[in-house]
Ligand binder design. Structure first.
Ligand SMILES: NC(=O)c1ccc[n+]([C@@H]2O[C@H](COP(=O)([O-])OP(=O)(O)OC[C@H]3O[C@@H](n4cnc5c(N)ncnc54)[C@H](OP(=O)(O)O)[C@@H]3O)[C@@H](O)[C@H]2O)c1
Length: 319
């Protein structure tokens, strides 16, 4: 934050103008992670004075891109499959938030190539900081591709940090929403292969992404090479169901313990179950997940939102 009180011309602090020339380029600006990060930056008392936000989309004419322009975001067109367009989009960037959407291609190789191209573009732009939306290597294509990109970024000459998002609470509003059965009862299907009633699911309200990145933005050098565990808490599917019952008064039954035969909403990988570690760990992150989360939460100036709070905010769930 600028502290100078002297260099004021026409009411505008020169230091402030210099600070505001830091371009923060956000990939996936029209999506969940990028969109939430932009909202956070535009509303944060410190960061709104430091950064000029640039958002990347394949189509600046789409309504979600135009809505961001209305908020003062510079929207530029680029395609993650086209490295030249990425170089243009990242030009003069101070900070780059890079993410890929596995589901766009459903290909590990394609997502890895996109992520590496994003990282190369950030290096070519001489960006000061690259934040990569990563995931741990747990034998699933949509995780391992991101881990491959993380490994690649670690070899590059750029200050970088890694956001490891948990299971988005927002999934429960769409493809993982409790479903009503013929008998009228609501059922929560397995969230991912091997997810049982006692499995620790790392839940994140992805609207909180900025809160997780705040420590890195404030002190990039301190967090170089570090991973931020992106969830509020580990919640079991049965506890998730209890929150619906408490908040909405509707019983939801978890359908996960059918000797492994239950239907899941998640993607299948090389293994029948996700991740690793013992019962005390979350299979999503593997061994050491609880300690990693505790450390991350201790770095943040604002607490992320809880599952119960999300259930309250996002109703009505059952109509
Ligand atoms: N859901 C979860 O629980 C969860 C948890 C952890 C990680 N993830 C990961 O999160 C990712 C999805 O993130 P999200 O939900 O924030 O995405 P999203 O809401 O589906 O939005 C995707 C964004 O990516 C952009 N995009 C896609 N392909 C592009 C391309 N070729 N060039 C330029 N931009 C492109 C889109 O921009 P335009 O369409 O405007 O061009 C859009 O802004 C996936 O990789 C998934 O594996 C999800």
């Amino acid at each position: 934050m600028p502290t100078c009180r002297e260099d004021v011309k026409g009411g505008i602090c020169i230091c402030l103008k210099i600070e505001m020339s830091k371009i923060f380029t956000v990939f996936g600006a029209t999506g969940q992670q990028g969109g939430a990060l932009i909202k956070y930056l535009l509303n944060h008392p410190r960061f709104l004075k430091i950064y000029r936000v640039r958002g990347v989309t394949r189509d600046v004419g789409k309504s979600s891109a135009r809505a961001l322009v209305d908020l003062g975001v510079e929207m530029v067109e680029a395609d993650m499959n086209d490295p030249i367009s990425l170089e243009k989009a990242t030009r003069d960037s101070h900070t780059v938030f890079a993410m890929t959407n596995y589901w766009d291609t459903a290909s590990r190789a394609a997502e890895t190539a996109q992520g590496k191209a994003l990282a190369d573009a950030a290096v070519a732009a001489s960006a000061t900081l690259l934040i990569w939306s990563s995931l741990p290597r747990i034998g699933l294509p949509n995780f391992d591709s991101k881990a491959d990109v993380e490994d690649y970024i670690r070899t590059l000459p750029i200050t970088s940090a890694f956001f490891m998002p948990g299971w988005f609470m927002q999934n429960q509003l769409t493809f993982a929403r409790p479903q009503q059965q013929e008998d009228g009862k609501y059922v929560l299907k397995r969230l991912f292969p091997g997810c049982e009633s006692t499995t620790l699911v790392p839940l994140v309200d992805i609207e909180d992404i900025g809160r997780f990145l705040q420590p890195v933005l404030d002190e990039p050098e301190r967090y170089t090479g570090m991973r931020l565990t992106g969830c509020r808490a580990f919640v079991t599917p049965v506890e998730m169901c209890r929150a619906w019952e408490r908040v909405a008064g509707v019983e939801v039954i978890f359908e996960g313990d059918n000797n492994g035969d239950g239907e899941d909403v998640g993607v299948k990988g090389e293994k029948d179950t996700w991740g690793g570690g013992g019962k005390e760990d979350s299979p999503y992150y593997g061994p050491g997940s609880k300690e990693a989360l505790e450390w991350t939460l201790a770095q943040m100036e604002e607490e992320p939102g809880s599952w119960e709070g999300f259930v309250e905010r996002c109703g009505p769930w059952f109509e």
